[in-house]
Design a binder for this molecule. Structure first.
Ligand SMILES: Nc1ncnc2c1ncn2[C@@H]1O[C@H](COP(=O)(O)OP(=O)(O)OP(=O)(O)O)[C@@H](O)[C@H]1O
Ligand SMILES: [Mg+2]
Length: 268
């Protein structure tokens, strides 16, 4: 999967991002992410890949404002997210939507699907109820929760794991975000549905110039859905480049080992 970026300006630019979680008492833990650089262009799908504990979700959380970085710059659509008051940062983050790893934790338990999916529209000030309902139904259809009317009034506990994840996707997509941060959100889906959702995101990248940061340890998914890959190990970027090059001719032994593990062959 390749694409021409031309002279477009990066939508998301991350420079020197370092995140450290507080340890017990006054102790300092080692950094979960160290000096990370990353850029995502409009219409582009970038994969952040690496094994468990590599720091992938930490990057997503820092981008979404859920953890405070120790150092670094995050720029979205040319605006600096870390150097402004948190209220301003929340507004600046609106074009970005995070879909989390855990669908059980990410949907409000006491809310029906219709209200959950419509939430970003309300935040964006779209209050016309009929319009809202139409968009909710259209978006449920987009993520293949059909027949949509059957799902509107359900609560999360009345959904399967995969259905919850599709609800989380519908909520992410409904307000036409410029950037979707997808943190392993397809884990609970079967292979065919996972492929379909990855392809859907790809279509939206092409059609709406939406950008996606796919966070995953699934290299097959990364290969199917990403133009470029950034490989993370122990919080440090070890390699980045076009997906075909990184997976076809890995330069770093860690990437080679990931590829070998994914294909079931011996590491080079
Ligand atoms: N709230 C926290 N407090 C302390 N340490 C944390 C916290 N969250 C994550 N960590 C640590 O930071 C490191 C990176 O975690 P992170 O969740 O970013 O990894 P990941 O790449 O998303 O892994 P996975 O593929 O398993 O989801 C790990 O060593 C983890 O133990
Ligand atoms: Mg994670």
């Amino acid at each position: 999967m390749t694409m021409q970026r031309g002279a477009a300006r990066a939508l998301l630019e991350v420079e020197g991002l370092t995140v450290r979680y507080p340890g017990p008492g006054r102790s300092r833990t080692r950094a979960a992410v160290t000096e990370l650089d990353l850029s995502v262009y409009p219409g582009e799908s970038v994969g952040l890949v690496g094994g468990s504990g590599a720091g992938k979700s930490t990057v997503a959380k820092a981008l979404a404002g859920l953890v405070q970085p120790e150092q670094g710059r995050i720029t979205l659509a040319g605006r600096d997210l870390l150097g402004c008051p948190s209220r301003t940062a929340r507004r600046l983050r609106r074009p970005m939507h995070l879909v989390m790893q855990d669908p059980y934790a990410s949907l409000p338990p006491n809310r029906q699907v219709a209200a959950t999916v419509a939430e970003p529209l309300v935040i964006h000030g779209l209050v016309d109820r009929r319009m809202r309902r139409r968009l909710v139904v259209e978006t449920l259809d987009l993520v293949r929760l059909r027949p949509c009317e059957e799902y509107l009034r359900r609560y999360p506990h009345q959904l399967s794991g995969g259905e919850r994840q599709r609800v989380a996707f519908a909520r992410a997509l409904i307000a036409e975000p410029q950037l979707v941060l997808a943190d392993e959100p397809t884990q609970m889906l079967d292979a065919s549905l996972r492929g379909e959702l990855v392809d859907l995101l790809g279509q939206l990248c092409a059609r709406r110039r939406m950008a996606v940061l796919h966070i995953t340890h699934d290299l097959a998914l990364a290969q199917r859905g990403c133009h470029r890959l950034v490989v993370l190990r122990d919080g440090v970027v070890v390699e980045h480049g076009p997906t075909e090059r990184v997976l076809g001719r890995p330069r770093h032994p860690y990437t080679a080992a990931l590829v070998a593990a994914a294909t079931g062959s011996e590491a080079a």
